[in-house]
Design a protein around this ligand. Structure first.
Ligand SMILES: Cc1cc2nc3c(=O)[nH]c(=O)nc-3n(C[C@H](O)[C@H](O)[C@H](O)COP(=O)(O)OP(=O)(O)OC[C@H]3O[C@@H](n4cnc5c(N)ncnc54)[C@H](O)[C@@H]3O)c2cc1C
Length: 301
């Protein structure tokens, strides 16, 4: 039996793996994406991680993963589909999409979060045909074109700024009249001549033929666009842990920075945990803490 299974190889899972292996734990990381490194890979530039200013997120993720590989961490490429605790000695049984069943004394759940959908007409129909959830991934396809960004937080405003450097014009559609983003980012957005703020507005329908060509807002105003970037927040990935540990009303696994959850031997780290700041630096910190908690738990078994 393994000491530890880590689910997810984003910054939290990889940091947990490094702390776990240095604590001499026999561990396995299960990750559903091919050599996945989590959401950080979607960031065009990570400017707020200490000591690595201006690094693109893809390279940062690769560097994190290589660190784990160099330390001898073993990976399984599969999606975890079920988690349960043995009623006898309370070890954990982890079933994955490849049919494998791995057993460990403890689990660290670091499955992160995914983009929230608007749930409006046309959104699914035009997905990858003008509807995108990642400006840094798809923005270059809209060079010289007109796009819209939906949202009012840091991601939305960052996306609008990024796109303003590529597109002829960017509409920033937000349902309120104030943004939740950092003040410095709001100032930068307001200073951009080719970003038009469309405030107190909600998307009713995304329109098009083969591809997106317009967006209709509640109230009837229609904006002609070539693409729309949805940046309406994220939702925790917790389907497989419902009933395993306590979740808060928004679906995040309840734990403080120790990563200790309501279920013995089940720890949580990164964006999927209850916390206020979801960033690379806090995910990495969570991974270190959760692995340390897991090592103590295993020692005391
Ligand atoms: C566009 C964008 C830009 C960002 N820019 C910055 C920035 O500039 N600075 C910054 O600090 N932060 C930034 N962030 C946030 C940062 O990327 C996240 O806070 C961080 O990646 C969270 O790490 P994590 O390990 O908790 O989760 P994630 O990065 O979400 O990784 C979770 C991993 O778990 C895997 N997984 C999920 N479910 C399963 C399953 N059932 N089985 C197996 N594997 C599974 C996923 O495939 C994924 O690889 C950005 C995020 C985005 C989306």
């Amino acid at each position: 039996m393994l000491d530890l299974i880590i689910i997810g190889s984003g910054p939290a899972g990889l940091s947990a793996a490094i702390y776990g292996i240095r604590a001499n734990l026999n561990l396995l990381v299960i990750e559903k994406d091919y050599e996945g490194t989590g959401q950080v890979a979607l960031s065009s530039k990570v400017d707020n991680y200490l000591g690595l200013p201006g690094m693109d997120g893809y390279s940062m993720g690769e560097q994190f993963r290589q660190h784990a590989v160099d330390f001898g961490v073993k990976f399984l490429e599969a999606s975890v589909t079920e988690l349960k605790q043995d009623p006898g000695d309370k070890h954990w049984i982890v079933k994955s999409s490849d049919g494998s069943e791995n057993e460990a004394k403890a689990v660290i759940y670091a499955a992160g979060a995914v983009h929230r959908h608007l749930g409006v007409k046309g959104e699914n129909e035009f997905s990858a045909k003008g509807v995108s959830y990642c400006a840094t991934c798809d923005g270059a396809f809209y060079r010289g074109k007109v796009t819209a960004v939906v949202g009012g937080g840091d991601t939305a405003l960052d996306d609008a700024l990024y796109l303003s450097g590529l597109c002829e014009k960017v509409y920033l559609i937000h349902r309120r009249d104030e943004f939740r983003a950092a003040e410095i980012t709001v100032s930068k957005v307001k200073a951009k001549e080719n970003i038009e703020l469309v405030l107190n507005s909600q998307v009713e329908e995304i329109l098009g033929d083969e591809r997106v060509n317009a967006v209709r807002l509640v109230g009837g105003r229609t904006l002609d666009i070539n693409g729309i970037f949805i940046a309406a927040g994220s939702v925790p990935v917790t389907d497989v842990v419902k009933g395993v540990a306590e979740l808060n009303p928004a679906g995040y696994v309840v734990a403080d920075e120790t990563g200790i959850t309501s279920a013995p031997g089940f720890f949580v780290a990164g964006d999927v945990r209850t916390k206020t700041l979801r960033q690379v630096v806090t995910a990495v910190s969570d991974g270190a803490n959760a692995a340390t908690s897991a090592a103590h738990y295993i020692t005391n078994l």
